[in-house]
Design a protein around this ligand. Structure first.
Ligand SMILES: Nc1nc2c(ncn2[C@@H]2O[C@H](COP(=O)(O)OP(=O)(O)OP(=O)(O)O)[C@@H](O)[C@H]2O)c(=O)[nH]1
Ligand SMILES: [Mg+2]
Ligand SMILES: [Zn+2]
Length: 304
């Protein structure tokens, strides 16, 4: 029987087969197939199962994936973690206040999406908390990011601003929701459908950060053919296996300057005749994007 993984807690997987949820374990051998990945099966995977007894099943194999998104494991060095599989797009939930998401984090996430060819949308949540200055800042960011092809939505789970538009973007697709802890991923998803009742956390007063309320990834069918995946908040996003040369390919605005530098081995940091820097000086590449590119380039540890 064929089914799709809706939830994974590590040792048990909830697989939807036809219209039923079946709790499954992994066939022993499957566990060892890919040693470098901490989780051999991710939410969104299609799998084939057999029933072990009346209620429980065993996952026999993973069916070929259309795509997936992986990050460096936070627990095991040299290992990666599959965040989700077979997704049409990712919504990165970010906030300008309570807590503030850094542009460095946003750009890292976008690079990861580019590298797996997954379209990304930025949802700026907690619009209800923004003053005029913050709203102006949002407009600037929206302008910059939309020019690169990343749609930006201003939403609020409190005032419902932007929720209808968000729903439109989700319809007919499987969407991964990601972002720091406390930005409101679960709160937003709870608004989408009465079937979703994810626990929602507090923001710690001491550090203004979330407290990691969601602890494992889970997929929900919100309406016909429309799936969303709630995930635990991520602190830092370690990129997986992206070499120096490759990195600029994942900055859409830099692609056209690849190969245009005076020196073929230009590092784009300080050489004369660097096409990237010239483009930045001419206003064709936003300075913050160039800086984030350089800091990712320098941060070897979080890229392999
Ligand atoms: N003011 C305001 N607060 C919000 C909004 N959305 C969520 N919150 C609050 O933010 C806090 C964290 O929300 P969660 O939905 O648990 O955040 P999360 O992103 O799922 O966090 P993790 O599960 O830890 O990754 C809760 O106290 C929510 O009530 C919003 O639009 N405006
Ligand atoms: Mg959550
Ligand atoms: Zn250069």
């Amino acid at each position: 029987m064929k089914g799709r993984v809706f939830k994974s807690t590590g040792s048990w997987y909830t697989v939807k087969v036809n219209d039923q949820f079946v709790e499954c374990r992994l066939r022993g051998k499957l566990r060892l197939d890919d040693e470098k990945v901490t989780n051999p099966i991710a939410v969104g995977d299609w799998v084939s199962i057999i029933m072990d007894n009346e209620k429980e099943g065993i996952i026999q194999e993973v069916l070929p994936r259309e795509n997936y998104i992986i990050r460096k494991s936070t627990r095991k060095k040299k290992h990666s973690h599959r965040i989700a599989a077979n997704i049409d797009q990712a919504v990165l939930v970010v906030t300008l206040v309570a807590p503030r998401t850094s542009l460095g984090f946003i750009d890292r996430f976008l690079v990861a999406c580019e590298s797996f060819r997954i379209p990304a949308i930025l949802a700026f949540n907690k619009a209800d908390l923004l003053d005029e200055e913050a709203l102006n800042y949002y407009q600037e960011l929206k302008f910059d990011y939309e020019e690169l092809g990343y749609q930006c939505l201003l939403v609020s789970a409190v005032s419902n601003e932007g929720i209808e538009l968000l729903k439109e973007k989700l319809t007919g697709k499987t969407t991964l929701f990601s972002g720091h802890s406390g930005v409101g991923k679960s709160t937003l998803l709870n608004l989408l459908s009465p079937q979703i009742s994810q626990r929602v956390g507090e923001i710690s007063d001491a550090v203004g950060k979330g407290v990691h309320t969601t602890t494992f990834a889970e997929m929900f069918e919100v309406w016909n053919n429309t799936y969303v995946i709630d995930t635990p908040g991520i602190k830092e996003l370690g990129l997986w296996n992206i070499g120096d040369e490759e990195l600029s390919h994942y900055f859409p605005e830099m692609r056209k300057y690849i190969g245009a530098c005076r020196f073929h081995n230009c590092t784009h940091i300080h050489e004369p005749g660097c096409a990237f820097r010239e483009a930045m000086e001419e206003g064709k590449i936003a300075p913050f994007r160039y800086e984030n590119y350089l800091s990712m380039l320098a941060d070897d540890d979080n890229r392999r």
